[in-house]
Design a protein around this ligand. Structure first.
Ligand code: UD1
Length: 417
């Protein structure tokens, strides 16, 4: 299994290109299932989750091709098997995103339940309830969601919880439904807006994406389209936090300040100077960071996917920080590993109190999930001496060439096979 070897202590400096967003690419690739004509995508990140989804779509009969500019074409003209098997779904929960499109296009779908996840229970009941409200007949048998519907019907769907992939699944399904669907308390994440933009380019009738209420007027068929995937705001945030924690200065290209305002506010609070350009962000840090408190919540508030990285920054910041996680119940596993590097963290329920220490010391640590891995890499970059991060297959799910990009910024980091 691959590991990362990091010699900490050098401030990050220089320029790096941000990749397309994993969490936009995955739902948008699933949108290809809705049409018999090809969907052409650019700025698709080269990630393990993307490969997993390509395997899943390939098994259903979707033809996948890459053009000379690495544009990805997905052609679901010969979609023959509306099935998502356990072997693939268990490695990537986002596979549930095929459920809505398959049901809408084929009238049936068999999708394995994603099962537990390291960061909490993460059920899919809201996806199922929403589709049932649209007239689907759904049962769960032998670990599979078995769904049928002649043609989905427009419905008003409301839930107390905001769910990102749930909103995306229902929005995609409603595109081919009969009549009007209204999703109340919809997720407002920029990735939902990017998916809606792609669906509209395919001929869908959608209003309100990016607000708490999305209205979809069903159409009988969708066409092909071309779409460029938005930049990855979590990758952007991760590199900015790494630069701030190491006291560096970086310019990130192919990204936008507009998609991560809450994260930029926290970085300013930590002492970073941030300049937003048209399609780039510049961060300059002078001296050690100041502790920042944070509380995760659905967009536009502070994202849960950035909590672990800020915890690493708070470990070496001046002062004491209180971090509250409100989205996932078990998302502090990185804290135990950070403690192995000398961090002072106390966890009580969904709150972590982090007292900044003058220095972290390198050690061997183990990555437990995607964003936890990123926090350990950041801690390794600031720690004195050598840090080994084990089980980095989690990182490869969501960060494109992370060690190459960090090396480009002057980090001493290498992958050991
Ligand atoms: C998406 C992101 C993930 C991010 C998360 C929260 C993708 C592919 N993944 O995950 O990176 O961390 O949003 O911003 O976009 N819930 C239910 N029932 C459901 C669905 C969700 O109870 O049917 C709960 C979850 O357990 C969780 C909360 O709702 O506590 C939010 O989860 P959700 O927004 O659905 O996360 P994902 O869409 O899986």
């Amino acid at each position: 299994m691959d590991k990362l070897l990091i010699h900490g202590g050098s401030p990050l400096a220089g320029e790096v290109r941000i990749s397309g967003a994993k969490n936009a690419a995955l739902p948008i690739m699933c949108a290809s299932l809705l049409s018999a004509a090809p969907l052409r995508l650019t700025n698709v990140p080269h990630l393990r989750d993307v490969t997993t989804l390509l395997n899943l779509l390939g098994g259903m009969g979707i033809a996948v091709s890459l053009d000379e500019k690495l544009g990805l074409e997905l052609d679901a003209g010969r979609l023959h098997t509306p099935l998502a098997p356990y072997e693939l779904v268990k490695t990537m929960r986002a596979s549930i995103l095929v459920l809505g499109p398959l049901l809408a296009r084929c009238g049936e779908a068999r999708v394995s339940l994603p099962g537990g996840c390291a960061i909490g229970q993460r059920p899919v009941d809201l996806h199922i309830k929403g589709l049932q409200a649209m007239g689907a007949d759904i049962r769960v048998e032998h670990g599979y969601i078995i769904a049928r519907a002649e043609r989905l019907k427009g419905a008003r769907i409301a839930s107390d919880l905001v769910t990102v992939t749930g909103t995306e699944n229902l929005m995609m399904a409603a595109c081919l439904g009969e009549g009007t669907t209204v999703i109340e308390n919809a997720a407002r994440e920029p990735e939902v807006v990017d998916l809606a933009a792609c669906l509209k380019a395919m001929g869908a009738n959608i209003e309100g994406a990016g607000s708490g209420m999305i209205r979809i007027e069903g159409v009988s068929a969708l066409s092909g389209a071309e779409h460029r995937i938005m930049p990855d705001r979590i990758e952007t945030g991760t590199f900015l936090v790494a630069a701030a924690a190491t006291g560096g200065s970086v310019r990130l290209r192919n990204t936008s300040a507009r998609i991560l305002e809450a994260v930029l506010d926290k970085l300013r609070e930590a002492g970073a100077k941030i300049t937003a350009e048209d399609d780039a962000i510049v961060l300059e840090m002078d001296g050690p960071p100041t502790s920042v408190n944070l509380r995760t919540a659905p967009y536009p508030a502070f994202p849960t996917d950035m909590q672990a990285q800020f915890m690493a920054l708070d470990c070496i910041a001046r002062g004491t920080a209180v971090l509250t996680e409100t989205i996932f119940e078990n998302r502090f596993m990185h804290a135990l590993e950070l403690q192995r590097l000398g961090a002072d963290i106390e966890i009580s329920g969904n709150t972590a109190v982090v007292k900044g220490v003058a220095q972290l010391d390198g050690a061997t640590v183990m990555a437990t999930d995607l964003r936890a891995s990123a926090s350990l890499v950041i801690a390794g970059l600031v720690a004195k001496g050598e840090t080994v991060v084990e089980r980095i297959y989690h990182l490869d799910r969501g960060y494109e060439c992370i060690e190459e990009k960090l090396s480009q910024l002057g980090a001493r980091i290498k992958r050991i096979h």
